[in-house]
Design a protein around this ligand. Structure first.
Ligand SMILES: [Zn+2]
Length: 315
């Protein structure tokens, strides 16, 4: 693939996000950075360095809806904008969707044993929204769809880190544009996000993420272009190491549970005693991921009492 990488600064701890300008029959950019002035400038310079202008970009393709990836759709008003159906809900900044989103988190936090005052501090979705673009998708990409203008480049649905996550697999070169599925230095968080259709059960993000990693592992990847950090060429050992680490961490939680019957909140305070209050959303979603994993392995079981989940070891 003819790929030009553009590193874009973000206001997040993770640092830069990568966008990829790909020249095929069409000129397409994969991801567009957060909607900040600094990111816009980096985008403009990167596209110029590749020998094009912003107006030459014919298509924007999004790997997922998170603000560090899906901000500057607004910079390409004449381009086709493509991504997963779930991504569109974010770009529309629809009030009903935002209310639904907050209601979902409120419910999810309650079920996790979180007290009311703490819940209200942690349901705000809106502060993230200022960095998300407002130009919605012009075309939905589903699993298996080919990216227009790039014969053989196929979208693969890879949920887990985001409910809108797609990677793009090039059947010809065996290169893959991977979003945040597998990163050089960090393990993406299995974020808890509301289901696409209201009323569906909460997705088990960690289990979905593991299935997505297995799917990637089975592909004979040449180069993986990642959302943060360096390109990857030898992905199998990295995937195996990440899965082993996740398994070991889950076993640590299993030990910390002892013989107690505990809520996800209590599990989080044991698993991340020093940071859970500061990084509440992230540590809770990681803990729920580990609980889902242990339950899938038949090691723990859950019951629900007065609307709150409790987990304990299987005797
Ligand atoms: Zn990211």
């Amino acid at each position: 693939m003819d790929v030009h990488k553009i590193a874009i600064p973000t206001p997040y701890k993770i640092g830069d996000v990568n966008a990829f300008l790909v020249k095929g029959d069409a000129l397409t950019i994969f991801d567009v950075g957060p909607k900040t002035t600094e990111a816009y400038e980096a985008l403009q310079w990167g596209i110029r360095a590749a020998g094009y202008t912003m107006k030459d970009v014919e298509q924007v393709v999004l790997t997922h809806h998170h603000p560090d990836h899906a901000g500057w759709t607004d910079a390409f008003p004449h381009a086709e904008i493509m991504g997963h159906v779930y991504n569109d809900l974010w770009l529309r900044h629809d009030e009903d969707f935002l209310n639904y989103h907050e209601a979902f988190y409120r419910h999810n936090l309650f079920e996790s044993g979180v007290p009311g005052a703490v819940i209200e501090k942690n349901v705000q979705v809106r502060r993230e929204m200022e960095w998300v673009g407002e130009l919605p998708l012009t075309k939905i990409l589903a699993d298996g769809d080919e990216v227009p203008g790039h014969p053989g480049l196929k979208a693969i649905e890879t949920l887990g880190h985001a409910r809108s996550h797609l990677i793009f697999w090039d059947e010809r070169s065996h290169d893959v544009i991977g979003g945040d599925l597998l990163l050089e230095r960090i393990t993406p968080n299995p974020l808890i996000e509301p289901p696409l259709i209201e009323g569906e059960p909460r997705a088990k993000s960690q289990l979905e993420y593991n299935a997505s990693l297995d799917l990637l592992r089975a592909l004979p990847v040449a180069t993986m272009y990642t959302g943060h950090g360096a390109d990857l060429t030898d992905i199998v050992p990295l995937i195996d190491a990440r899965k082993k680490r996740q398994h070991d961490q889950a076993l640590t939680l299993y030990e910390l549970m002892g013989q107690d019957d505990i809520t996800p909140l209590e599990a989080t305070s044991r698993f991340y005693p020093r940071v859970y209050q500061k990084q509440f959303g992230l540590t809770l979603s990681k803990t729920i991921g580990a609980l889902d994993y242990l339950e899938s392995q038949g090691m723990i079981e859950s019951t629900k009492r007065a609307g709150i989940y409790y987990y304990k070891r299987v005797k």
